[in-house]
Design a protein around this ligand. Structure first.
Ligand code: ZN
Ligand code: ZN
Length: 409
């Protein structure tokens, strides 16, 4: 492996998920990237990791299963699978998810099968997901370039060049240049993000008003006692970790039921192996009451119909238009990258850590506190070069937060 790949593997294991001596690590990775997974494993063991468990994935096998397996299997998440993830989560394992999927791997698959599988596994894995969202476990999502993904991002380049360029873009976004300085660069970056967190938390906004020439004109209310977060988290046991590499966002929780207007997405969204383009949401009382898309509308509608909470919001994230990923002027068709190029919202589940004391609350207490609950959490991008975001404080005073797509502070 090259110096950059080695440094990237080290960044993900030793800084991202920050695996501890005696702790176990579950790595989800495509079989095509076995070499990279082995490198991550070696670094984890070098740090005294108790055991590394590999959860292998494969685009082609996933596609074949969706196309050819017996129809009944999509309504069931087998008990062993629930135990696998939930038991490791309860044990306090760290989770590293390495993404490399073809953004439209499931194009042409019966959308009903995808919707049923999303629902059955989402419901069955609820406890595992909740533990992670509460930061009981350290977790990190990173991305690895693959031939099909690269072909989608750079369709005019020959396959090998496209893949090499995608790797370079990933390295740039995660601040890896092969000289061992990535962790230091991330500490400095995280400190800057945390300055913005402090400013936003001090404003105690009641709502934010978004407007741009695309047609977005939307007011969203923030949860009472909301907390803005950015630049990494701590597990409930106090171990620092970085959930997403890269990350440029500052994010908080909306108040369930609070918000109305029109949202026009500014980028396509790859969801469940399909690309959705031209998303428009009409929102009333915090609920998406009308959802349309120029492409992939059925996938979008199915995602919103998974449960009641899927039509409400779970995240408000501010990202400057001049972020490094945005400046690369590339559509990645991978939310981990596109969400860090633009302001976004998520429909579905809110992060308990985005309100004071949220991680210690029961699910019912969190709902009572205004946090949305769902088995979905889907980020979609709204930021543009002309986006303005104006905050309203409890006393009614207005504060400009973003102008022309960038923070004013
Ligand atoms: Zn986000
Ligand atoms: Zn999100």
């Amino acid at each position: 492996m090259t110096d950059k790949l080695q440094e990237y593997a080290r960044l993900l294991v030793a800084f991202g998920v920050n695996v501890q001596r005696g702790q176990k690590l579950v790595i989800t990775c495509a079989v095509d990237h076995a070499v990279f997974a082995r490198a991550c494993m070696a670094i984890a063991y070098e740090r005294g990791c108790a055991e590394v468990i590999l959860n292998w994935t494969d685009d082609d096998c996933a596609r074949q299963r969706y196309l050819k397996a017996d129809d009944k299997v999509f309504d069931v998440c087998p008990e062993w699978r629930v135990r696998y993830f939930t038991d490791y989560a309860k044990e306090g394992c760290a989770f590293l998810y390495l993404l490399s999927e073809d953004p439209q791997n499931l194009l042409g698959v019966d959308p009903g099968r995808i919707a049923r599988a999303t629902k059955s596994s989402g419901e069955a894995l609820r406890e595992y997901r909740e533990l992670r969202m509460k930061n009981e476990n350290a977790w990190t999502i990173g991305a690895l370039a693959s031939t099909k993904w690269a072909a989608m991002v750079f369709p005019d380049l020959p396959a090998a060049e496209a893949e090499a360029l995608l790797w370079e873009r990933i390295f740039a976004a995660v601040r890896v240049n092969g000289d061992g300085s990535a962790v230091e660069a991330w500490r400095a970056h995280a400190a800057k993000l945390k300055e913005r967190v402090k400013i936003l938390n001090d404003y105690r906004f009641k709502s934010l008003h978004y407007q741009n020439a695309l047609g977005t004109d939307f007011v969203i209310e923030l949860a009472e006692n909301h907390l803005w977060e950015a630049g990494g988290d701590k597990t409930t046991g106090g171990v620092p970790f970085m959930p997403n590499l890269p990350t440029e966002e500052v994010f908080t929780a909306p108040k369930r039921g609070g918000g109305s207007g029109l949202i026009v997405a500014s980028m396509p969204l790859s969801l469940h192996g399909n690309v959705i383009e031209g998303i428009r949401f009409v929102v009333r009382d915090g609920r998406i009451v009308e959802a349309t898309a120029q492409k992939g509308e059925e996938t979008l509608r199915n995602a919103l119909a998974v449960d009641e909470g899927a039509s409400y919001f779970g995240e408000i994230a501010l990202v400057p238009y001049d972020s490094p990923i945005s400046r690369s002027n590339t559509l990645y068709y991978e939310t981990l990258f596109d969400e860090n190029a633009a302001c976004h919202f998520a429909f579905g589940e809110a992060y308990p850590t985005n309100i004071e004391g949220g991680a210690d609350m029961s699910k019912d207490e969190r709902i009572a506190a205004g946090l949305n609950d769902s088995i979905m959490h889907v980020d979609f991008m709204v930021g543009t070069a002309d986006l303005s975001v104006v905050g309203t404080r409890a006393d009614g005073t207005e504060v400009v937060v973003m102008q022309d797509g960038n923070f004013v502070f």
